[in-house]
Design a protein around this ligand. Sequence first.
Ligand SMILES: [Zn+2]
Length: 337
Amino acid sequence: VRISDKGRDLLGTLQFFKSLPEALSYLTDPYWTAVFSNLAFTSPADKQKNIKDISSRLKVLFEEEQSDGDHLEHLAKRALDLVQRGYESQSERLRSYDFEQLNRIFQKGKGNDQGNERRNLLEESVTYLRDQGFLWQGFKWTCSYCQHQNWVNLEDLTPVAECEICRHAQSSRVSGSLDFRLNPFAHHAFSSSSAQGPVIWCIAQLLQRARHSFGVAPALDLYDPESKKHIGDIDVSANVDGRIYLVEVKSSFAGVTASVLSEIATLALELRPDVAMLAVHSELEAESDVDKMLKQFASTFSELDVQFELLHLGNAREAFLGGEIALPIANEMTWSA
Ligand SMILES: [Zn+2]
């Protein structure tokens, strides 16, 4: 068993916070998750132009019926190139909001009468993220000489800054407030392709069930002990008051197929948790094909000492901690990730 890359990303993200409940209250907060995903990289797969580009080239290849190695290699290079460009683009990396922009998003759709109160709440919430290093506060400026976008962190702020590319010196601005950007590590966790959201939601759901103890391991890769071959993965494994849960997490029921279910059954029989769980971050449509398939699947567990449980938005608990916005809980826990 080995922690997967995705699991490592999640552990890294959780460790910015002082406790697991604090981490989960921020990372499941609707306001913050929307802000984080706006500040994170856009995956090249989210740009329709890129998909069209690659798929039209694939079409040509298949129509020519001479999909030799050369063509495929070109295509692979092109795809990787797009990814690389996305990650290296300075404007992607330096996406930021200043406090007034954050406040406008937070106040949107709310009456003016509570404006100041809400502003104070937001200030407390932002301060925590900044102090923990999850958000970086600093000064974003475009070099008037070479147009390069520069970033100076709060601790390195000087009256005159030098462009990191051409060394052109430029005065730091005197008006306006500083910008907030995501810590580069958190970019990966919140990029549109990472799909950590449903996993974090599932962990928050499990933690809410615990009364005296809770332990969790993020995504694990499983290997056959004999052949060392990769044989599957577990998205979340948790110990809730002594009961072991192995969870397969999906963002929608479209991803719930017969082969996914048979993998859950195989792992359940092999590893024998107390509960084999399928957690789907979506609503289940009653009497749909997938609903019938799941009922049939659950009945196959009736003879076993492993319980099967389906968790979805329809039977999940209320939002974690609730409140207007995630706030520091103020007491530190002894914990490790
Ligand atoms: Zn420059």
